[in-house]
Write a new protein. Sequence first.
Length: 129
Amino acid sequence: MKTRGISPAARLLTTLGILCALPAAAQAEGEAAKGREIAVNHCARCHVIPDFNPYGGINSTPSFRLLAKRDDYLERLQSFYARPPHPVFVRVPGVPAPTGEPAFVAPIEVSPEQIDDLIAFVEAIRAQQ
């Protein structure tokens, strides 16, 4: 399978970065309120956030409620920055960008702690469903 714009070396580095981050992210605990704030400030331009933008987002992107319902939500959140289209505009310190293409929207940077906060937010949504 051919992946546009991503060299094999960049894919390998991204995969290694994800694998190294998974155990730490799975054990860490975030804060749901901080995660909601991150989602509102950075994710709402594409995703629907519960109780914030019920008619927002882009039709092709899953809402945070839908993400929370998925069995693989944790894996998806731990690696979202490496899943298209995120690699073009999301940066995690210490994880090389998998593409050299310029961002098509304002780039954002998230720390591993902020990813933990997003996970806590989605887990709070899961608990309400």
